[in-house]
Design a protein around this ligand. Structure first.
Ligand code: SAH
Length: 468
């Protein structure tokens, strides 16, 4: 985070504005709407400001700036074309540790002014850390469009009942569930529509019934987190992440995906170490059971799809055996994410009539795969967890008849900003992989379709993510 966002209480606090043109007028207007007492320094002022002065809504010293003007101020905002003056005010303010903003001059500012969506009492502030103010304005426009204008009314309505709900429902979890129901249900609709009497009646009814409910039974949602790019989450995964009490995740889940979850959800990391795989999986199963038994809505977040090489099957069994409700939400598995990112067709009319997903992990010290089946021509083979056993896999495929010139692609951290690709043939890939020193999760794709992607784009640079 480049800057630290806070909301400043300025009611009845003195603020200095230097400048008398249009930009200064915009800032004065905002400051007044936050209840600040504005003192203005400027030689000349535009009509709008002159009007405010005439109405005594701001005070104006019709003279030039003096360092003493800063004393006792809560903030200083500079909106003038006079560069030397701007630098002087900024310097003097920063010497006093007084927060100062110089309009459009981030270097002279100790804080920046965000783009604002004002739905009082709801305020949304957007910053790009000074990188692209125009983008911040665009984001603001999108939020403005998505938020009903009356959302502020809903917040004021909720405020009336806040203390009563706090007294009635003791646990924070019950209170959060209650408010979720209020905002997502009929009560919220009525309040938004301005029918406050009906909304109040509905809220009281809901509060009564919530108080009399027993702790609801918990459940576990096995949710696919996709290969890394948070835009590849399903809408359902996103919704569940926003509602979960607890999120249980492992190493493959990207920080960007985790950031989509409700801020105050409990997060439990259960990254598995390879050596003690079995016992740890059992511990994870146990943990899921006890979290659900305590009444939590648990999201078990798994990289890619939960049922593709994810041991999701074992977790389902343990939960069902313990009598706990389970829901599975699919995710985009690494093979599909990586193929899309590099625009590799997994099947192709002429080159691949089948596509096989296999694990390259060792079992009892060897890679126990059906080699004759995998070495068949005209199919694409995708190997999960195959980075370490790549030399064995390449050698066996050649032994069983695949040409050593068969193209191979290794994709590391597919779909994320750290995606790297290495491409070669069954004969060369081992050495290339060693040189590239791949450390993140890596997928191995083998077959003629890789050659197709290469001939289209010899640099193999295709990226499907176009950005915002
Ligand atoms: N359930 C997951 C797979 C878990 S097995 C899924 O459906 O994708 C772990 C293996 O998945 C890794 O060793 C790697 O081969 C592959 N993998 C997962 N995410 C990946 C990514 N972003 N890029 C490349 N490979 C990935």
């Amino acid at each position: 985070m480049q800057t630290f966002p806070i909301f400043l209480a300025l009611h009845d606090r003195p603020v200095l504005v230097v400048g008398g043109g249009e930009p200064a007028a915009r800032k004065v207007e905002l400051l007044l709407s936050a209840g600040a007492r504005v003192s203005l320094i400027a030689d000349t002022v535009v009509g709008e400001i002159a009007q405010l002065i005439a109405e005594a809504r701001i005070s104006w010293a019709g003279r030039s700036f003096d360092d003493g003007d800063l004393s006792g101020m809560a903030l200083a905002i500079v909106a003038t074309d006079d560069e030397a003056l701007a630098a002087r005010v900024s310097h003097a303010a920063q010497q006093r540790s007084l927060p100062v903003n110089v309009v459009d001059r981030p270097r002279l500012s100790s804080f920046i002014m965000p783009a604002i969506v004002d739905r009082a009492p709801i305020t949304i502030a957007i910053s790009t850390g000074g990188a692209a103010p125009a983008l911040a304005r665009r984001i603001r426009a999108e939020i403005e469009r998505a938020l009903p204008a009356a959302i502020g009314r809903l917040a004021r309505f909720a405020e009336i009942f806040r203390a009563q709900v706090r007294r009635t429902l003791e646990s924070p979890r019950d209170r959060r569930r209650f408010w979720d129901r209020v905002f997502a249900g009929r009560t919220g609709e009525l309040a938004l529509a301005g029918d406050e009497i009906a909304a109040r009646r509905e809220l009281i009814r809901l509060l009564d019934s919530t108080r009399n409910e027993n702790t609801p039974a918990g459940m576990v949602h096995l949710v696919g987190a996709g290969p890394g790019d948070p835009d590849l989450l399903t809408m359902k995964a996103h919704r569940l992440l926003q509602r979960a009490d607890v999120i249980v995740y492992d190493r493959l889940v990207s920080p960007e995906v985790l950031a989509m979850a409700r801020r105050d959800a409990e997060r439990i990391f259960v990254g598995k170490r390879r050596a003690d795989h079995g016992s740890t999986q059992q511990e994870i199963n146990q943990r899921l059971v006890s979290l659900a038994r305590a009444g939590n809505s648990v999201v078990r977040l798994k990289g890619g799809d939960p049922l593709v090489f994810g041991r999701g099957g074992e977790e389902i069994e343990a939960l069902v055996r313990a009598g706990i409700a389970v829901e599975v939400v699919p995710g985009i598995t690494a093979a599909l994410g990586c193929a899309a990112s590099a625009a590799i067709p997994l099947t192709h009319r002429d080159h691949a009539q089948a596509c096989v997903f296999v694990t390259g992990q060792l079992k009892d010290g060897t890679v126990a795969l059906d080699w004759p089946m995998l070495a068949r021509p005209r199919q694409t083979v995708v190997v999960y967890m195959g980075a370490e056993t790549l030399p064995i896999i390449a050698a066996r495929l050649i032994e069983h008849g695949l040409p050593s010139s068969t193209p191979v692609a290794l994709i590391e951290n597919g779909t994320t900003n750290q995606e790297r690709r290495v491409v070669g043939t069954l004969a060369t890939i081992e050495q290339q992989a060693r040189r590239a020193d791949l450390e993140g999760p890596t997928l191995c794709m083998i077959g003629e379709v890789i050659g197709l992607a290469l001939s289209r784009d010899p640099e193999f640079r295709f990226v499907s993510r176009i950005g915002l």
